[in-house]
Design a protein around this ligand. Structure first.
Ligand code: NAD
Length: 261
């Protein structure tokens, strides 16, 4: 298939000449996706994270611009839009973990999770869509969670924020398809990243059994029998961002090793 009307068909995973944004790029899924895009020829990456050390630890064979900022700061996105010029792809991914049943959730924790995981995703995606419209098109992926689809007891604010993120992707897909912009969501199950380090129960398990055993114990719940790696998620995200997924928009791709079955 090398039809001129299907320009992605001959080189669907080639990102050469393209510019992408990845938020939460200093660790885990974001870092792995930045690496995946660099490995697939991306020309330029804008990497956003609150943690400068995580960004500096990446060694990528492409042009890279670091933005050490909080994604929930609207002023940052105003400046980003004015300065960035061209944007072809985006992974809207920065997020924090949080556990706690709704009846026991403090309003402060609820607001903290919504501010970063939902407001931050909105500010990022809105800026991305405006840049892509000006650019004549593009593709974006937002990081949701399996907890957006399967109600998991004890994951209140996080699950609600991630359900909002998934629905935001669907609405944005409907609004922007005629602008040649695709928007999809990825819904990971458990992935072995630093996000788990913040949980109190996890810290206790790590103190008792060590980190590898604590992660393995949680992964044992899934039909696959283990957590995913960040690199596995990067492949799913790379597919959605690429021309391989030219007809895919407004979908939520579940990548959970069967956890939701
Ligand atoms: P991670 O902790 O390894 O990476 C998250 C990155 O986001 C970190 O580098 C962190 O510094 C950054 N970040 C956090 N708040 C930020 C902010 N306000 N502004 C800018 N950067 C910020 O975790 P991860 O697992 O790679 O998480 C990536 C995304 O995947 C998150 O949205 C998370 O909710 C989602 N997710 C993860 C899992 C999992 O099991 N790891 C499952 C479902 C969904």
């Amino acid at each position: 298939m090398t039809d001129a009307n299907h320009p992605g068909a001959s080189t669907p995973l080639d990102f050469s000449g393209k510019t992408a944004l990845v938020t939460g790029a200093g660790s885990g899924i974001g870092a792995a996706t930045a690496q995946w895009l660099a490995d697939h020829g991306i020309a330029k990456l804008h990497l956003v994270d609150v943690d400068p050390a995580g960004l500096e630890a990446l060694a990528l064979h492409c042009e890279v611009e670091h933005h050490v900022h909080d994604v929930s700061d609207p002023q940052f996105w105003g400046g980003f839009e004015r300065s960035v010029g061209k944007l072809d792809h985006a992974l809207v991914n920065a997020g924090i973990g949080s556990a706690g049943p709704i009846a026991e959730q403090s309003f402060e924790e609820w607001r903290r999770v919504m501010a970063i995981n939902l407001d931050g995703a909105f500010l990022t995606l809105a800026a991305v869509l405006r840049l892509m419209r000006a650019n004549g098109g593009g593709s974006a992926v937002v990081t949701s969670s399996i907890t957006a689809i399967k109600p998991v007891a004890g994951i209140g604010a996080f699950g609600v924020a991630k359900a909002g993120v998934a629905h935001m992707a669907r609405i944005a897909a409907a609004e922007n398809a005629r602008h040649n912009i695709r928007v999809n969501a990825i819904a990971p199950g458990g992935v072995d990243t630093n996000i788990w380090n913040s949980g109190e129960a996890f810290q206790q398990a790590v103190a008792t059994h060590g980190r590898d055993a604590a992660i393995a114990a949680m992964g044992a719940d899934t039909p696959r029998g283990r957590f995913a790696t960040p690199d596995e998620l990067a492949c799913d995200i790379g597919y959605l961002l690429s021309d391989m997924a030219a007809n895919v928009t407004g979908t939520v791709l579940v990548s959970d090793g069967g956890y939701s079955l």
